[in-house]
Write a protein that binds this ligand. Structure first.
Ligand code: BTN
Length: 254
């Protein structure tokens, strides 16, 4: 068996569980170190965004991993984490979600969970810190975000116990991580991610990375998890970083 042994460190409040996990990885923490906080005062999101993390309203969690796979496949870690969150939410809350490339967990069009994977160089080699934030109760979201984001409580009427969600997540993560490190593992991640994401194939999207924007229809994933988008000129663009938004077809002229 080639998975991790979780060691959980719990904090009442931290600036960011990712920052703390990266610090501990640099100090030699073993694979499987998990940092959990009831509150984050400077939670970080992708593309330099903030992640609001009020006390007791969400699961704010980061794990240190050192995957034994080719470096070109480490980019699959965020997709693996998204798959694990998807499965853990079914198991612990009976909530069926969608996955927006690369790793946003959506319910309807609203964001329920975000994932931030960051690599850190340590004395014992490179590690990846994967941070997961799941909105559990209504209190996770200020009124101005309620149009674009949601929580398990809004969906089911019940705010789940963060500990139960964490335990389900660790179980699924460990299983997925073990498979990832087998010969067929990366193909399985791509295949299963694609089966659970409405964004994998045939969705009209706009993708922006801050400097460039492209629009087209999704055409599956590359072996390293990059998104293939076919433009209206029939060209396939391979997107490795960026923000995806759905484009609604414009109404036909009458
Ligand atoms: C995103 O969708 O932009 C990613 C959000 C990731 C938030 C989580 S909460 C736990 C961990 N600590 C952080 O500072 N960020 C991640």
């Amino acid at each position: 068996m080639n998975s991790f042994q979780p060691k959980i460190l719990r904090f009442d409040s931290l600036p960011s569980t990712n920052t703390e996990a990266a610090r501990q990885a640099q100090e030699g923490a073993a694979e499987g170190l998990c940092v959990v906080a009831r509150e984050q005062t400077a939670g970080r999101g992708r593309l330099q965004r903030r992640w609001l993390s009020p006390a007791g309203a969400g699961l704010y969690f980061s794990i240190v991993l050192r995957p034994r796979v080719d470096a070109s496949l480490w980019s699959l870690m965020p997709l693996l984490a998204a798959l694990a969150v998807h499965e853990a939410l079914v198991e612990s809350c009976a909530v069926e979600t969608d996955i927006k490339w690369p790793n946003d967990i959506l319910f309807g069009e609203r964001k329920l969970c975000g994932i931030l994977a960051e690599t850190v160089d340590t004395e014992s080699g490179r590690a990846v810190v994967t941070g997961i934030g799941i909105n559990l109760s209504v209190a996770a979201l200020p009124p101005e975000l309620q149009e674009v984001a949601t929580s398990v409580e809004v969906i089911t009427g019940i705010a789940p116990d963060a500990e139960a969600v964490l335990q389900a997540l660790l179980r699924v993560l460990a299983r997925r991580y073990e498979t990832f490190q087998t010969d067929a593992g990366s193909g399985e991640i791509i295949c299963e991610w694609s089966a659970r994401s409405s964004y994998s194939y045939g969705k009209r999207v706009r993708v922006g990375n801050g400097t460039e924007t492209c629009e087209g229809v999704t055409r599956g994933l590359e072996p390293d998890g990059a998104l293939r988008v076919e433009t209206d000129l029939g060209e396939i663009k391979v997107v490795r970083a960026g923000d995806v938004t759905t484009v609604r077809p414009s109404a036909a002229p009458v």
